[in-house]
Design a protein around this ligand. Structure first.
Ligand code: NAD
Ligand code: WQD
Length: 354
């Protein structure tokens, strides 16, 4: 059997880009996803892009029997764990769903890993674990703060759970990747972010205004202590983020214990700077209006990514212009996300990976 990397949540936005990066680097991957926030089409697009069959299981990380059958059928030597609910707004309305899916789901996954002697894990954490930072840029040694919503608290709880686990058994090699604000899409325009329902994040909202699916962009707050009064964030290209997972998997072959890495560019842009860059690059005017501050938003957040540079040999290579070009290519080629038609060649034309 071939060594296989299990990717939970691999049909989703960041997971699909990471699956692509791993396959292109010669990994054999198995995607496990219950499709609660994604669709089978992203896997079909991956197959077209890689010209290989991508092993996919429609299932849930909370299903122990399924996990044991996966670990017995495949020679899994590492897990990249994306599967999670991720809407801040929904987490406030449905906290039990978030704790059950994210925290209990991760617990279940880790138990299955222990039962099956798999101890290398990369986890999707978030800059949200820093809470309101004391200063910027944010370095890993600031320590975690107080996340301001249930979603963020699930990420912090999982970080603590995984730290305790790594401390309890020296066989574990765990990487906690703290993403800043992922945007962009693969340069092919074939895979990208396809939020269910009304989006919450800035770039999906902005591109949906540009494509005519939303009439106007709401800019939350114009009185923050920043360059132009709007919030500043560290936007990072999803392909750079995907490569960060590849590097982490490599380094975790030798680094045991718990390892924290920020994945960001180290550069902050305000909401207005993003809107104006998008307008300059695409030539499309974005109608927007200011609204009061959104509850829970912090004024400024950007990374010190130097630890990932030193320890992973990783740094973001794609600048804001590239992020906007690729975001827009994805959205304009796929105005209805994955429901838009894209020519997929017959699967028989693809080579089987196994
Ligand atoms: P996404 O929703 O596109 O991907 C998550 C995937 O997990 C989806 O395909 C969903 O169907 C699947 N999933 C959810 N619960 C599952 C379960 N119980 N069993 C199996 N599959 C399940 O989200 P994304 O933006 O790709 O985020 C990936 C990870 O990165 C998440 O853990 C998220 O919390 C984290 N993260 C995302 C961002 C961001 O802004 N996108 C920032 C920081 C961290
Ligand atoms: C960015 C800026 C908004 C939409 C969130 C989560 C975080 C992480 C990444 C997963 C803010 C402003 C937005 C809009 C706006 N997710 N904005 N109009 O809030 O930095 O981070 O996603 O882990 O946990 O909190 O990202 O894209 O929602 O917002 O003005 O329609 O854009 O107020 O200043 P955020 P975002």
């Amino acid at each position: 059997m071939r060594k296989t990397t299990l990717i939970t949540g691999g049909a989703g936005y960041i997971g699909s880009h990471t699956a692509l990066a791993l396959i292109n680097a010669g990994h054999h991957v198995l995607v496990l996803d219950n499709l609660c926030n994604s669709c089978r089409e992203s896997i079909a697009r991956l197959e077209q892009l890689t010209q290989t069959r991508v092993d996919f299981i429609n299932g849930d990380i909370r299903d122990s029997i399924l996990l044991d059958s996966i670990f017995s059928r495949y020679d899994i030597d590492a897990v990249v764990h994306f599967a999670s609910l991720k809407s801040v707004e929904e987490s406030v309305r449905k906290p039990l769903d978030y704790y059950a899916n994210n925290v209990a789901g991760t617990l279940n996954l880790c138990r299955a890993m222990v039962r099956n002697d798999v101890f290398r894990l990369v986890f999707s954490s978030s800059a949200t674990v820093y809470g309101e930072p004391v200063r910027t840029p944010i370095a890993e040694d600031f320590g975690t703060g107080k996340p301001v919503n249930p979603y963020g608290r699930t990420k912090l709880m999982i970080e603590e759970l995984l730290t305790d686990l790594a401390d309890s058994d020296p066989r574990w090699s765990i990487g906690l990747l703290r993403y800043f604000n992922p945007i962009g899409a693969h340069e092919s325009g074939m895979i990208g972010e396809d939020p269910n329902g009304r989006p919450n994040n800035l770039l999906p909202c902005l591109t949906q205004v540009a494509i005519g699916r939303m009439p106007e962009l709401t800019v939350y707050g114009c009185d923050y202590p920043t360059v132009d009064g709007t919030c500043v964030r560290d936007y990072i290209h999803v392909v750079d983020l995907a490569i960060g997972h590849l590097k982490a998997l490599q380094v975790l072959r030798h680094n045991t214990g718990i390892n924290f890495w920020n994945l960001g560019t180290g550069i902050g842009y305000s909401v207005l700077q993003i809107i104006h860059s998008f307008e300059d690059i695409t030539g499309i005017t974005i109608p927007y209006h200011f609204a009061p501050r959104r509850v829970g938003d912090i004024a400024k957040c950007w990374a010190d990514p130097s630890k990932a540079g030193r320890e992973l040999g990783w740094s973001a290579q794609r600048d804001l212009e590239q992020m906007i070009i690729d975001t827009w290519r994805w959205q304009s080629c796929n105005p209805q996300g994955y429901q838009s038609s894209f020519e997929i060649p017959a699967l028989t034309a693809l080579t089987a990976a196994k």
